[in-house]
Design a protein around this ligand. Structure first.
Ligand code: APR
Ligand code: ZN
Length: 238
């Protein structure tokens, strides 16, 4: 449980050159989400789905963390018990800025450089870096030889990490939202029941009631992050 929960979405990685989903020109404009990110996508459109994630994985290789990742990682290192860095993003930019993907940042929707065995009784995950899934052990699980899949949560699939989100949130006193439309994870209730809260997006989102937040910053994360970190440090220093 953390005093300060910082929930991020695609917007925190936008300035690193990684597409968001619902902004103009976003991924869900370019690709049909119902074909490649639904629970039945691997059964119905296996090649299209694997190709989509292979492309996004390969694109990740030259992407670098931005100032927002940097300041948030420093904040987590400074207050390891008081800060929870929770992201909907599947990129590894928090890791590239120095955070450990197992202990210091929580990925709610999976992790792009990992693959998972499709055999539920095995379900082992493997780190494959930026290569195509087919290039890793010919796309088969090294343990049980079943087919592998991206370790990404598709719409309609269980999201086991949401349990961790509610645990981290249980005694949250300061809630920060950075770069998410709130289309998937509802943030309004969390803001409503937290005494201190900051919303940072580029523009208002129909899924977020901005009036529930104590402070609203409609600007790039890299421009807002210093003020956000200063407010958090002031709060923790009290
Ligand atoms: N700085 C801050 N916020 C930004 C920036 C930026 N540079 N660029 C974009 N944003 C904001 C936009 O204003 C928008 O509110 O980031 C948000 C991006 O929203 P989405 O594209 O919907 O991304 P996200 O909220 O992360 O999507 C949630 O949906 O498709 C699923 O699993 C996928 O995790 C994803 C989830
Ligand atoms: Zn297996």
């Amino acid at each position: 449980m953390a005093k300060v929960v910082i929930l991020s979405g695609a917007g925190v990685s936008a300035e690193s050159g990684i597409s968001t989903f619902r902004d103009s020109g976003g991924l869900w404009e370019e690709y049909d989400v119902s074909l490649i990110c639904q629970a039945d996508s691997l059964d119905k459109n296996e090649d299209l789905t694997l190709d989509f994630y292979d492309k996004r994985r390969a694109e990740l290789e030259d992407k670098q963390p931005n100032y927002a990742h940097k300041l948030l990682s420093e904040l987590k290192k400074k207050y390891p018990q008081d800060i929870a860095i929770i992201t909907q993003n599947v990129d590894n930019l928090f890791e590239k800025s120095g955070l450990d993907s197992n202990t210091e940042v929580l990925h709610l929707h999976g992790f792009l450089t990992q693959v998972r065995c499709r055999n539920y009784s095995c379900a082992q995950t493997f780190e494959i870096g930026y290569q195509k899934i087919e290039s890793f052990n010919e796309g088969l699980c090294p343990t049980c030889q079943s087919k592998l899949r991206p370790d990404i949560i598709f719409f309609g699939e269980a999201a086991p990490m949401y349990e961790r989100l509610s645990q981290e949130f249980s005694d949250c006193e300061f809630f920060v939202v950075i770069g998410t439309s709130g289309a998937v994870i509802g943030v309004n209730a969390m803001a409503q029941f937290t005494p201190n809260s900051i919303l940072n997006n580029l523009e208002p989102s129909e899924s977020i009631e901005a009036s529930l937040f104590n402070k609203v910053l409609y600007e790039k994360a890299s421009e807002a992050i210093a003020e956000i970190v200063e407010d958090i440090e002031t709060y923790l220093g009290e």
